[in-house]
Design a binder for this molecule. Structure first.
Ligand SMILES: Nc1ncnc2c1ncn2[C@@H]1O[C@H](COP(=O)(O)OP(=O)(O)OP(=O)(O)O)[C@@H](O)[C@H]1O
Ligand SMILES: [Mg+2]
Length: 390
């Protein structure tokens, strides 16, 4: 591993010293410059000093009591120095700060007090990810599928959406965080490892270890299997923050099946997501639940992030799509037709609908996948290309 040049940005002088010692202690990186103030503008002399260090990694210390300036500095650094990898150092007891840091462009959030091992692992992950993600600088997109009410069809939608994305774009992962994981069952896969193993090994997780915990289907879709017993594992929001940060660095598209898991950890994953697909049926109880769930998930998430997917859709006289949107309080993204026998048979046989030529349903899932990726620049380019890039 070539020696990485690192710039440290920390207002606290003790942290400056500690971080310098830790970085040098990894022996794979060296400190090019230590900056004692958070840059506030592109023309800020602090920014010029950071740039002159040509850092591969910029470590930004986020003080727990006043995180604002450090978070704004991350944002500015991402804009002005897109080639540097931003690592945030901060307290793991502030999930909102972790989310903000990642949104601002940090690719790692490292716990304070930090150790040389933490930093070394983060440096190793960075070089591994740069090697494996050919279209580097592009962070993957996360789509989370959540039920308004148990049995609405989240798993069916997550599985088939992930398969549609894999078929069109490749480099897709499906992550099962549901209370009881049904995704591999629907795909007739026999996972040896899963989410629990990834979370238990977070301290040493890199892209190859993560892949070894995943199960590959015949189309190359990688699935991180869910819990196989109730309450077998309760990953915290912080665990998920680290895991999903890795996932979006490794995959172009990540689909999450949350099903009926509606808790703080799911909310954090929704926060990190590009779009949250809230699955409901067009009936009063389901739409009432959808309104409650979206209120909980939207707390902190972007305004239009949560969108409605009406599953088992069929036209009901006197009930319009606008009525469904009003009742649920979210915009309608997509409709999946009601085809009970086809869906049930697919689940029972473990042959997902995307693997069958059942035209209506396969078309609905493929349409959903292209709707979710229609604004992706690289996807448009792929559509033009004679050769698939993945
Ligand atoms: N489009 C559809 N048309 C008809 N039936 C459907 C459709 N989608 C799902 N179903 C039926 O709904 C049931 C539940 O599906 P699935 O397991 O995907 O739901 P879920 O919301 O993930 O459930 P859980 O709450 O247990 O996680 C299945 O038995 C399936 O047959
Ligand atoms: Mg489910």
């Amino acid at each position: 591993m070539a020696e990485l040049s690192v710039v440290i940005v920390a207002a606290d002088s003790e942290q400056q010293t500690v971080l310098r010692v830790l970085v040098d202690g990894t022996s794979v990186a060296r400190v090019a410059h230590v900056c004692g103030s958070y840059p506030v503008a592109a023309a800020d002399p602090a920014m010029r000093r950071i740039q002159s260090g040509s850092p591969v990694v910029t470590l930004v210390d986020i003080p727990a009591e006043q995180p604002g300036p450090a978070l704004r500095a991350l944002e500015l650094l991402r804009q002005e120095m897109p080639q540097t990898a931003l690592f945030a150092i901060g307290s793991m007891s502030q999930p909102q700060v972790i989310v903000s840091a990642m949104r601002s462009g940090a690719r790692e959030f490292i716990e304070r007090p930090t150790t040389t091992t933490d930093l070394l692992e983060a440096f190793v992950r960075l070089t591994a990810a740069q090697r494996s993600v050919k279209q580097n600088e592009v962070r993957g997109k996360l789509f989370t599928v959540v039920n308004a009410k148990g049995g609405s069809g989240a798993t069916t939608i997550a599985v088939n959406l992930a398969m549609a994305l894999q078929a069109t774009h490749g480099n897709t992962a499906l992550i099962d965080i549901a209370p009881l994981g049904h995704a591999t069952l629907q795909m007739n896969l026999k996972p040896a490892f899963g989410l629990g193993d990834a979370v238990r090994n977070l301290h040493r997780l890199d892209s190859s270890l993560l892949e070894s915990f995943m199960t590959r289907n015949s189309d190359g879709l990688l699935v991180l299997a869910g819990a196989n017993a109730p309450l077998a594992l309760e990953p915290s929001a912080n665990d998920f923050a680290r895991l999903f940060d890795m996932l979006v660095n490794q995959f172009r598209y990540v689909v999450v099946d949350a099903s009926t898991r509606i808790d703080g950890a799911t909310r954090l994953v929704c926060n990190l997501s590009e779009t949250v697909l809230l699955v409901a049926h067009a009936d009063v109880a389901s739409l009432w639940s959808a309104a409650r769930v979206q209120q909980f998930l939207r707390d902190g998430a972007g305004k239009n992030k949560v969108q409605l997917v009406l599953n088992r859709f069929r036209r009901i006289p006197g009930f319009s799509e606008t009525d469904a949107e009003t009742a649920a309080g979210v915009k309608l993204l997509w409709k999946i037709p009601n085809q009970y026998f086809a869906v049930s048979a697919a689940i029972d046989r473990g042959v997902p609908l995307m693997n069958q030529n059942h035209t209506d349903l396969a078309r609905a899932f493929a349409g959903l996948a292209s709707r979710l990726t229609e604004n992706d620049v690289d996807v448009k380019r792929t559509a033009w290309s004679l050769f698939k890039s993945v």
